[in-house]
Ligand binder design. Structure first.
Ligand code: SAM
Ligand code: DTB
Ligand code: SF4
Length: 327
């Protein structure tokens, strides 16, 4: 850890998390204004480039071959179709294109070369490129860096203590090792988690402590609310209380001031007001486009209206007069 950086403890983070919501939002907003543009929200479009049939048993995930979510297993997409989707996302206003593969770990050989070409192609469009391919070794991370990758998404998802209750086919240390390979290659780390899986508040805070204390802190932190999918072991988990998402966004903002905090899966169940509270608490990035990987996301029009009505602008767009902006 670099000299002078604060090392967080569970107690400290829990104290922040449990502040009266008014105080938490105020503190988060104060930090936000020092480190982030106050009126910009990053729009990231997701595409599942290799869907379903995954050998892992992550109990939240509709893409695991061990569950009965009915997600058909598909081959890795063609590069041209992926780049067409990226161009469309750019035209719609997204500045980052994120590609996800239902793999335990990144492949070698032809499929990996194809992913590298997708990454370079997205960069050539002038967009940030992010991929999430499962575990990576050091050489794969270096090859992705060489291809121009901006960030690699690899979530810790929850605390080390709770991890074994949701995934048994890999362990927390393997997740941390991939994050280290990504950082060493000089790629930005995108790492966050899911709430609403039956974890305790301490588990959520422990995950945030781990993120804040990483040698290279994440450049983006996705906060997902569980999307309970029929056929997965977590299908009947109750919906997450939106205030709990606000608390997670606010706590992440305070302890990771330089990171983009992404209000991720679960937005279709949130009102505009709940989303606005998350933005007030420091969330400044969303997934943009009708689909996440296999589940629904709000319509792009609804998201653009939400931002416009709130006087916010997509990151990368120029602020204009009276809440109008140019992409
Ligand atoms: N297979 C790779 C991996 O696990 O790292 C990449 C894809 S995986 C689908 C990416 C992330 O999606 C997971 O880490 C998890 O945070 C999120 N995710 C998957 N299913 C979800 C669900 N039902 N609700 C919320 N988030 C989910
Ligand atoms: C992340 O934290 N959330 C995204 C992205 N990273 C890859 C994925 C959400 C997936 C939600 C379930 C689905 O659509 O399959
Ligand atoms: Fe596979 Fe990733 Fe889904 Fe786990 S979260 S089952 S590794 S696609």
């Amino acid at each position: 850890m670099s000299a002078g950086r604060h090392v967080y403890t569970l107690e400290e983070v829990r104290e922040i998390h449990d502040l009266p919501l008014t105080q938490l939002v105020f503190r988060a907003q104060s930090v936000h204004r020092e480190h982030q543009p106050p009126d910009a929200v990053q729009l990231c479009t997701l595409l599942s480039i290799k869907t379903g049939g995954c050998p892992e048993d992550c109990s939240y995930c509709p893409q695991s071959a061990r569950h009965q979510a009915g997600t058909p297993a598909e081959p890795l997409m063609d590069e041209s179709a992926v780049l067409e989707a990226a161009s469309a996302a750019k035209a719609a206003g997204a500045t980052r294109f994120c590609m996800g593969a239902a793999w335990r770990s990144a492949k070698t050989g032809d499929p990996f070369q194809r992913v590298l070409r997708m990454v370079s192609g997205v960069r050539e469009l002038g967009m940030e490129a992010c991929v999430t391919l499962g575990m990576l070794n050091q050489e794969q991370a270096m090859a992705l860096k060489e291809a121009g990758l901006t960030t690699y998404n690899h979530n810790l998802d929850t605390s080390r203590e709770f991890y074994g209750s949701i995934v048994t086919t890999r362990c927390y240390d393997e997740r941390l090792q991939t994050l280290e390979h990504v950082s060493r290659a000089g790629i930005g780390v995108c790492c966050g988690g899911i709430i609403g899986m039956g974890e305790s508040i301490d588990d959520r805070c422990r995950m945030l402590v781990t993120l804040a204390n990483l040698q290279t802190p994440p450049e983006s932190v996705p906060i997902n609310a569980l999307v309970p999918v029929a056929g997965t072991p977590l299908a009947s988990r109750p919906a997450v209380d939106p205030f709990e998402l606000v608390r997670m966004c606010g706590t992440a903002r305070i302890i990771l001031p330089a990171a983009r905090v992404r209000l991720s899966a679960g937005r279709t169940s949130l009102s505009r007001e709940a989303q606005m509270l998350c933005f007030l608490a420091g969330a400044n990035s969303i997934f943009f486009g009708e689909k996440l990987l296999t589940t629904q996301n709000p319509d792009s029009d609804a998201d653009l209206s939400l931002l416009r009505d709130a006087g916010l602008r997509p990151l990368g767009a120029q602020a204009g007069h009276e809440g109008h902006y140019h992409l």
